[in-house]
Design a protein around this ligand. Sequence first.
Ligand SMILES: [Zn+2]
Length: 224
Amino acid sequence: MFEDIGQIKGWLEDLLFPKSCVNCRQEKSWLCGECTKLLKAVAMNLGSHVFDSGNHLEKLWALTDYNDLLAQKVIQAIKYNFIKELVCSFDSLIVEMEKIIPAWSREFVLLPVPLHQKRLSYRGFNQAELISERISRLLGNPLGDKILKRKIYTRPQVGLSQAKRRENIKGSFLLDNKVEWRFPRNNVVLIDDVYTTGATMGECAEVLQKAGFTNIKGLVIAHG
Ligand SMILES: [Zn+2]
């Protein structure tokens, strides 16, 4: 009947947590084939981005628009319903990336925006890390060493004004001195799922700049 424990696990999971498409509710997968095709890459080159602190991202790219309701549903299902497999729905956007972002280089070192340990334990994964892993798998970009740490547990940013977001996140990140950075310091791309006001990425960029990183870029799945 069952050949291995993995099959039993899969069967039990299907029984207890039947999958259905987050968009059209069709059964069997978290995002059905038709809805996956609806996720379209619209590269947004948001140019360089200067934060209030004076720190800046040389370039900021988004693969889709958060106002795209489907992208929003998928991102929310990953984060709030813990469906990490859905990260693979962005594969087609990632594969398109080199076409729509001609400046993309496979030499860029990926650095996911970290989660606080408490939220990481609660969610079980960091979605920015999963996105970075997909990019690395599909395009071959190296995954950077986890040099950024989130030291302060902040309340979720959703629903906060721009000023409040900045205040909320100020000083939240630091450099983990125990981690050795084995790559050049001038080729890093910060990776996150969503870019809203830029408060989070701005803070990360600030910490990196202080540590001698230059030409910091940012890439997110959705801007909105
Ligand atoms: Zn569907």
